[in-house]
Design a protein around this ligand. Structure first.
Ligand SMILES: Cc1cc2nc3c(=O)[nH]c(=O)nc-3n(C[C@H](O)[C@H](O)[C@H](O)COP(=O)(O)O)c2cc1C
Length: 337
């Protein structure tokens, strides 16, 4: 299986929801939520892409870095690369449903695992999403991370218990899902969380807790103070609020404030190993990838997800050699021009 075949099959399977564009930049699919696009004008999706494209590297080849280390340790796991599969749900209404939610989450989690990485799963109004994801994590021996929507406190804690029972190595909440009116319309309201409420949720489990959807240094600090093990600097792929900045625009400022206090993850618009290295230089410890791996999943199943992750890892190695970066655990801001 090669990338060309994967993309061709994905295009057939995903049409008209995703056109599998040469560059996945949110232009053609602007406003397609449900679908694979960004909300409204699509500006927040494009901001992720543009913010990464604006950063440039200082090309360096006269140095002694001849070997690179792309491994990281996270939540007791050794990962082959600092790149994980982001939580994605809603196969039926976002991707056309040629795969079931169960099949998709299984391919997602097992494909990431095959590449030596981790897959994350999400939560939605239809219980098939969270439950199916947990099933995939259980099958993977717990090697996966579920994300719960910011529901009422009791509903969140109930799902944390289910995550614990599945053996998941960590659990998180996509707090940026707080404005999803669709959840309320389906009788499952979501809401912003006060620091006290966040603290209560985090204190309810001994699993490392990840707060996803942080876009300001002040909120990163709140997450750290509430006991979060990690944050994901993310605008949810531009799907929740039009006109937010791109993750790469705000990441450095956030990392400046909380680096060392918790693990910093980031996502949005990562399309290559070079993009991964840029986010690491801006302060991330690891990154998540969404849409490109959906193409892998629909075009090649578990192998397709692993293929795309490994492609990014190879590109990351190349970019590391050409910037004099020996280890992903120690990436200098100065590699950026
Ligand atoms: C179709 C789709 C569904 C998503 N569902 C979820 C979800 O259920 N929970 C969540 O935390 N993020 C969700 N996300 C956001 C992703 O986890 C991630 O933040 C985003 O896709 C990263 O941007 P990228 O796709 O440009 O890589 C979804 C994204 C897409 C495209």
């Amino acid at each position: 299986m090669d990338l060309g075949e994967v993309r061709k099959k994905a295009k057939e399977q995903l049409q008209p929801y995703c056109r599998v564009c040469p560059v996945c930049d949110g232009r053609v699919c602007a406003g397609e939520v449900p679908g694979m696009g960004g909300a409204g004008t699509g500006a927040a999706f494009r901001a992720n892409i543009d913010a990464l494209a604006r950063r440039r590297f200082n090309l360096k080849t006269l140095h002694g870095v001849k070997k690179t280390d792309t491994t990281i340790q996270l939540w007791g796991q050794s990962l082959s690369m600092p790149i994980m599969a982001a939580p994605i749900t809603g196969v039926s209404y976002n991707m056309g449903g040629k795969m079931s939610e169960d099949e998709f989450t299984d391919v997602w989690v097992s494909g990431a695992l095959q590449a030596g990485s981790l897959g994350m799963i999400g939560d939605g109004a239809d219980p098939v999403m969270y439950d199916g994801g947990l099933k995939a994590i259980r099958t993977a021996g717990g090697k996966g991370v579920p994300f719960i929507k910011p529901r009422g406190q009791a509903e969140i804690i109930k799902r944390i218990r289910q995550a614990e029972e599945s053996g998941a190595i960590a659990v998180g909440m996509d707090v940026d899902g707080a404005g999803l009116i669709t959840m309320a319309l389906k009788g499952q309201p979501v809401e912003p969380k006060t620091p006290a409420e966040l603290k209560e949720v985090i204190a309810a489990t001994r699993l490392p807790f990840i707060v996803k959807g942080i876009m300001t240094a002040a909120e990163a600090e709140i997450a750290a103070d509430c006991g979060a093990a990690a944050i994901v600097v993310s605008n949810h792929g531009g799907r929740v609020l039009d006109f937010t900045p791109g993750a790469a625009e705000v990441l450095h400022q956030i990392a400046d404030r909380v680096k060392g206090k918790l693990t910093i993850l980031a996502d949005g618009g990562v399309r290559s190993g070079a993009d991964v290295l840029k986010l690491l230089a801006l302060g991330a410890d690891a990154v998540l990838v969404g849409r490109p791996l959906v193409v892998g999943a629909f075009g090649g199943g578990k192998e397709g997800v692993a293929l795309l992750l490994n492609k990014m890892k190879n590109e990351l190695v190349s970019a590391m050699l050409l910037t004099g970066t020996a280890d992903v655990k120690n990436v200098s801001y100065d590699i950026l021009a």
